[in-house]
Design a protein around this ligand. Structure first.
Ligand code: PLP
Length: 305
């Protein structure tokens, strides 16, 4: 059994985001705190995993084998879920043996690790990549990097339900759109599917263009049969994935001081800074109400300290 008890449905708080630059522009933003759903199984990762776990459970698998880097939020959440709910986890890691805080946690959660080197990891999209691993671990279900694909996106559709239930606590009866960080675009695709064109979803790209987020989103929404997807992508990578600069770090520090919400520099920090830039260039009319998603990832911050 890979699934949590039926009463384990993480509810993320939805809170007003009271920042000077929003208030002065007359834009209202509420932040969906996915970083708060659980101390370990945090962020958008749980939602991206849930449909993969259901499929594995249906197939009678005893656990999950998946991929990621030495700071991977996905492997961290997967390993924590395996330990919590009692299923086997195996992680295939990019590069060579490293002893990061994330890797230490993966081991402590009981995940079996294999280091693939860089070339070995690059082969993950090749046909036949999984075959030797399936021979070695026949009872485990492979899950793509980051818990992506249509299944990952389907799990994120329930994020819409979470905010709809809480809008009245903010005194809102509607909202104009979503703003969130994109790494693969899976979470954004799930929201686009849940919205079915009702509200647009704005994605702040934490990775450069050549990571193919736009193509991946297109592929997922097409697979889901969505005719008229409503979304827009903005470059927020600031020179590359995981590249940080003084302006970003200063912005994060100032924001944390102002509102007491922890951010991390790879996704949520970059997404919020990109929103500030769009607000300051009058992309949104005064009175606009947006939902900003805190996608978690705070465990990965340890790699930057
Ligand atoms: C903390 C965090 N936020 C956002 C994302 C982006 O999510 P997605 O890959 O679904 O676009 C990721 C992972 O890629 C992440 O770890």
């Amino acid at each position: 059994m890979l699934l949590p008890p039926s009463d384990w449905l993480p509810q993320a708080p939805l809170e007003p985001l009271l920042l000077d630059w929003l208030i002065s522009a007359g834009i209202e933003v509420a932040i969906l705190r996915l970083d708060q759903i659980d101390p370990l199984i945090s962020g958008n990762k749980w939602f991206k995993l849930i449909e993969h776990l259901k499929a594995a459970d249906l197939a009678g698998a005893e656990g999950i084998i998946s991929l990621g880097g030495a700071h991977s939020n996905h492997l961290h959440a997967l390993a924590a879920a395996g330990k919590r709910f009692g299923f086997t986890t195996v992680g295939l890691l990019r590069g060579h043996l490293q002893d990061t805080p994330t890797v230490k946690d993966l081991q402590a959660f009981g995940m079996q690790l294999h280091w693939l080197g860089y070339g070995g990891y690059r082969a993950r999209h090749e046909a036949g990549f999984w075959q030797p691993w399936q021979t070695r671990y026949p009872t485990l279900q492979p899950v793509p990097e980051g818990g992506g694909g249509l299944r990952g996106a389907r799990g994120c559709m329930q994020l819409k339900d979470q905010i709809v239930e809480q809008l009245s606590t903010l005194g809102w009866n509607d909202y104009e759109g979503w703003w969130l960080a994109c790494g693969t675009g899976t979470t954004l695709a799930g929201l686009v599917m849940a919205e079915g064109g009702e509200h647009p979803v704005y994605g702040a790209l934490a990775v450069p263009d050549d990571h193919g987020v736009a193509q991946q989103v297109e592929r997922i929404v097409q697979e889901a049969g969505l005719a008229d997807p409503a979304y827009e992508l903005f470059d927020a990578s600031r020179g590359g994935f995981a590249k940080v600069d003084p302006l970003l770090l200063e912005f994060i520090e100032q924001t944390e001081q102002d509102i007491g919400i922890p951010l991390e520099p790879l996704y949520t920090g970059k997404a919020l800074l990109a929103l500030k830039q769009q607000v300051e260039s009058a992309r949104f009319a005064p009175g606009t109400r947006l939902i900003f998603i805190h996608t978690g990832g705070l465990q990965g911050r340890r790699g930057f300290q």
